[in-house]
Design a protein around this ligand. Structure first.
Ligand code: ACO
Length: 429
């Protein structure tokens, strides 16, 4: 907080309006415009380009410098030295865990990895060809019908159990949505495995044989979860906060976040990257698609390029690129046609004046799609995996909001429709 003020002078209003300015620990100051309503004014900022919707202590991004900090720790250090569940603890509780705290956290997550057996019946209501994100929107929302003992949002203990349940059950539900789509039996979680190993076991294992999981692939999977764990007030997290601000239960709020994540401008981009690479089909056609991306009259965009906040580079993409190289080496993949297109596309776009001028760099989804494809995960599951990793961020933000003071989110609008007019009976229209 500072004693700086902004003064707003408006034509037709005699007195200038003074607006308080607050400073955070990092990032731009914010102008408190809450008092404008009393003056008969709203602010207008479609897409929330310069609007801070809340105060938060969880994650900081400086898009111009390519900085991403979770509770102060740089994402590159966490990706190199930490793991997904430790990062979950950090996001939820604000500090890195001690050895004992970490062991307790891991064992508590383990207690919640199974889902109520009745949920298997719930899955049977879906068509086998349903998109796994459609299934996830349904089953995660349905968790509130199964876990009545963690719905009292004003109770800190209930909120904590809901957090454990969501973090622990998301990989199980994600793998179930895949197994259901290919007609294979659901795999029960194996708590002797790490979070990422367990996910790969439930995705690719079968009840007839023991699972064999490559440590390199498990590490890459863990990094994908970690790099997606949180990203401050993005579209899906803001959706979770908005849904939560009405007092909705955590399972319903996370289902809302999953729905927001699904779109191709957000989490759906990793699947869209693969679809785009398939559409390009051959290295010889890249120039044609790059030209389309630059054509203002063509709605086509290069998927996996550009970001609302990062206008220098996406620090997650840097780590993800390294992980992609490790995975491709481990799997001995040298000549995959889609990967060839991806590599060439990256080179061309990074040296093209249009992309340089507009600061459009490959984002995290460009490389995560490449890794997931190499691991053998079908593109329809890519966004589901993003949702698994992001669940902790959604929960941490929801919990931060509920445990502080908050009001129901209620944006205003610039109305441009009809002014009042009289109803016209059908016979006179
Ligand atoms: N290909 C071609 N041109 C692009 C691209 C792209 N991928 N992204 C942005 N541009 C251009 C726009 O046409 C626009 O040009 P103009 O100034 O001439 O009108 C300019 O760059 C700015 O783009 P905006 O859409 O205004 O930027 P915004 O911040 O609103 O959008 C977004 C960001 C949605 C990520 C956009 O870059 C995009 O659609 N990228 C492709 C989808 C994608 O990869 N999404 C994943 C985001 S990361 C994540 O969610 C984890």
């Amino acid at each position: 907080m500072t004693d700086k003020k902004a003064t707003l002078e408006i034509d037709g209003i005699d007195d200038a309006i003074e607006l308080p300015i607050y400073s955070g620990t990092l990032g731009p100051d914010v102008v408190d415009v809450g008092g404008l309503t009393a003056q008969g004014l709203f602010t207008y900022d479609p897409g929330f380009v310069s609007t801070a919707s809340c105060e938060s202590k969880i994650t900081f991004i400086d898009g111009a410098k390519g900085i991403l900090l979770h509770r102060g720790y740089p994402i590159g250090q966490l990706a190199e030295q930490s793991d997904y569940l430790e990062t979950c603890y950090l996001l939820l509780y604000g500090e890195l865990p001690t050895t004992d705290q970490k062991a307790h956290f891991l064992s508590t997550v383990g207690l919640h990895t199974m889902v109520n057996e009745q949920i298997c019946t719930f899955f049977n209501g879906f068509r086998r060809d349903a998109h796994p994100m459609a299934v996830m929107c349904g089953v995660v929302g349905a968790l509130s019908a199964f876990y009545h003992d963690s719905l009292e949002i004003s109770d800190e203990h209930h909120r904590e159990i809901a957090a454990f349940r969501l973090i622990a059950k998301m990989p199980t539900l994600a793998a179930m949505s895949y197994k259901y789509s290919i007609g294979q039996p659901f795999m029960y979680p194996d708590n002797s495995l790490s979070y990422a190993e367990n996910f790969l076991h439930m995705m690719f294992g079968n009840p007839c044989e023991p699972s064999t999981i490559s440590p390199v692939l498990a590490k890459a999977m863990d990094r994908i979860f970690l790099l997606h764990a949180d990203h401050e007030q993005n579209a899906s997290t803001s959706t979770v906060r908005l849904a939560g601000s009405s007092g909705a239960n955590p399972f319903a709020c996370i289902a809302a976040g999953i729905a927001a994540l699904w779109g191709p401008s957000h989490g759906g981009a990793n699947e869209a990257v693969l679809e785009m690479l398939k559409e390009i089909g051959d290295v010889s056609r890249i120039e044609e698609f790059v030209a389309r991306a630059k054509d203002k009259d063509d709605p086509f965009r290069l998927m996996g390029f550009g970001h609302r906040v990062y206008k220098n580079f996406d620090p997650r993409a840097k780590v993800m690129k390294e992980a992609a190289d490790e995975v491709l080496a481990e799997l001995g993949i040298e000549h995959d046609p889609l990967l060839e297109i991806a590599k060439r596309l990256e080179e061309i776009a990074l040296s093209d004046e249009y992309f340089i001028e507009k600061k459009l760099y490959p984002n995290v989804d460009f490389y995560s799609g490449i890794i997931l494809k190499a691991i053998g995960i079908p593109p329809s599951m890519f966004t589901v995996i993003f949702a698994v990793g992001r669940t902790v961020g959604w929960i941490a933000h929801w919990n931060e909001m509920i445990s502080g003071s908050y009001r129901i989110g209620r944006p205003r609008q610039l109305y441009t429709g009809y002014t009042e007019r009289d109803f016209v009976p059908t016979s006179q229209r």
